[in-house]
Ligand binder design. Structure first.
Ligand code: AMP
Length: 510
């Protein structure tokens, strides 16, 4: 199959050739002809499969006829995060280099003025996050009745972020006769019902089974004590011992851990940067550009970076925390092993993660192997700053780890600055700031409380917690803990001894 067999216009084919693509990926080969025929398409595809081009290329061909009118975009693409939206804009710049189309990007964190200018000029392509799009609509700056093609990308990520009500609202603002192209890597029930509601006889295009992991990714688990400093120590050892590490993404479940782990790595001499949803747009873009350009070797990120970000050649993914949804695991590790390259994904697992490990094994069907024996005991009573090398990963089959075989200098990875000498690793007082004590003794409960909107009864475990769908949470990547989350301090559980008042006295007298 060649690109020229798919029915794309000459201008698009020239741009594809200039981009260096020789053959269409399976999702492109299957989806492009249907999109060109203006059919509704449901694409079930994981990241790294080339799905962006599977809708941008045919859209460009279709947009060659007709022109945009002020404030009435001709096409609309919804993305869950600003980074993804900006990335799709870049794709239009690359693939649309032979077109003279206006592409407007409506994302939070940047000024309305420039966005309004583009809307006024008439946008052929509008790429937006749901929140900012609705903000513009509510200000009366936008009419969606001229939209011919509507694309929802990363729908399951939208679900995680509470955007489903926004998407439903946006769908109702679009003309009934539009074409809808809908992508999701997984198909939870909430997504199925959205598809049933808003797509008309969609052509289903599925390139791999839902939530499968690319075969080019080697996946491993390593056990660790659950204390934050145990996990950070394990992480450092993994990075040091990693073979052929060029760059890596370290995923954390919570934003505050992103900051902590990043600072810790930096203090231990690693070239790390942080990316999470509470950072302002300028810092997010700077970090991402630094990582893409090689200025930053290790990106510590929350799930905001897990999906769709096109960062070619990520050699390693480390899960500092195992995600509580197995689908998120698939997306995270999908950052490596892209477009047929080899990748390595290693997840740090603690005793509390057992059910998540089981879910991952079931979902991926891959039988993820352990590095060494399963040992969840904490090897350190104190913080990492007192015992920086408290736990080392053990090698399979009793083999020596790379670091054991090599001198300190040989261990230097070119991806990070020279490691401090052992004398420099002795604790520094300011490093104490790295260790943030956990608010509850059970880390998993804490993770859960981060995702909930309201405190619930303590000790409520959640093997497969239903995803939030009704919450409006614009451009955010995880949740805030309200009050004390799930943790109920012991003093609140004490029986209340009522103070005597006049009325109480009379009640008891009766
Ligand atoms: P995506 O899944 O859209 O994020 O694309 C993943 C990566 O594959 C991106 O770096 C694309 O530039 C690249 N890519 C997309 N289509 C092709 C193709 N037909 N041949 C080679 N690389 C491609």
């Amino acid at each position: 199959m060649k690109f020229s067999d798919l029915g794309l216009s000459d201008k698009v084919l020239a741009a594809v050739e200039a981009a260096g693509y020789e053959t269409p990926t399976p999702i492109q080969a299957e989806a492009i002809p249907h999109v060109l025929q203006r059919k509704d398409v449901l694409g079930v595809a994981q990241t790294g499969t080339g799905k962006t081009a599977s809708f941008t290329l045919p859209m460009l061909s279709l947009l060659e006829k007709g022109r945009a009118r002020a404030r009435m975009p001709r096409t609309l693409i919804l993305e869950p995060t600003r980074e993804l939206a900006a990335q799709v804009e870049q794709s239009f710049a690359v693939y649309g280099q032979n077109h003279r189309l206006t592409v407007a990007l409506l994302i939070g964190g940047v000024s309305f003025t420039e966005q309004l200018k583009k809307l006024d000029r008439g946008a052929d392509v509008l790429i937006a996050t749901p929140g900012r799009l609705l903000d513009h609509f509510e200000r009366g700056k936008l009419l969606l009745t001229g939209v011919e093609t509507f694309v929802v990308d990363e729908a399951d990520r939208m679900l995680d972020m509470g955007f489903i009500p926004d998407i439903e609202r946006i769908c109702k603002l679009l003309p009934f006769t539009r074409q809808t192209v809908f992508f999701s890597a997984t198909m939870p029930n909430e997504i199925k019902s959205l598809v049933d509601q808003f797509l008309h006889n969609p052509v289903r295009v599925e390139v791999t089974k839902a939530a499968s992991t690319a075969k080019t990714i080697t996946q491993r688990l390593i056990s660790s004590g659950s204390k934050p400093w145990d996990k950070r120590s394990t992480l450092r050892s993994l990075i040091e011992d990693a073979k052929d590490l060029q760059n890596a993404i370290v995923f954390c479940n919570r934003k505050r851990d992103v900051a902590t782990v990043c600072r810790s790595l930096q203090k231990h001499g690693f070239n790390a940067g942080a990316l999470h949803g509470d950072m302002d747009q300028t810092s997010r873009t700077a970090t991402l550009d630094g990582f893409k350009g090689g200025g930053i070797s290790i990106l510590v990120a929350s799930d905001v970076a897990a999906r769709g970000l096109d960062i070619p050649s990520v050699s390693h993914v480390f899960n500092f925390d195992l995600p509580t949804h197995a689908e998120d695991y698939v997306h995270r590790i999908g950052r490596t092993g892209r477009a047929g390259r080899e990748g390595m994904a290693i997840s740090i697992a603690t005793k509390a993660d057992r059910k998540y490990i089981d879910a991952i094994q079931v979902l991926t069907g891959d039988g993820v192997e352990w590095i060494g024996e399963m040992d969840f005991s904490s090897h350190s009573e104190e913080s990492e700053d007192e015992k920086p090398q408290s736990k080392r990963p053990r090698r399979n089959r009793g083999g020596k780890s790379k670091s054991e075989n090599k001198s300190g200098d040989e261990r230097q990875s070119k991806s990070r600055p020279k490691r401090q000498s052992s004398s420099e690793e002795t604790p520094k007082p300011e490093e104490k700031a790295v260790s943030i004590p956990e608010p509850t003794p059970q880390p998993r409960q804490d993770v859960q409380s981060e995702r909930r909107s309201a405190p619930k009864a303590p000790q409520q475990s959640r093997p497969s917690q239903p995803r939030s769908s009704g919450r409006r949470n614009r451009d955010r990547d995880d949740r805030q803990v309200i009050g004390m989350g799930d943790h109920v301090p012991a003093f609140l559980l004490q029986p209340i001894r009522p103070t005597k008042s006049k009325s109480q006295d009379s009640d008891s007298a009766e």
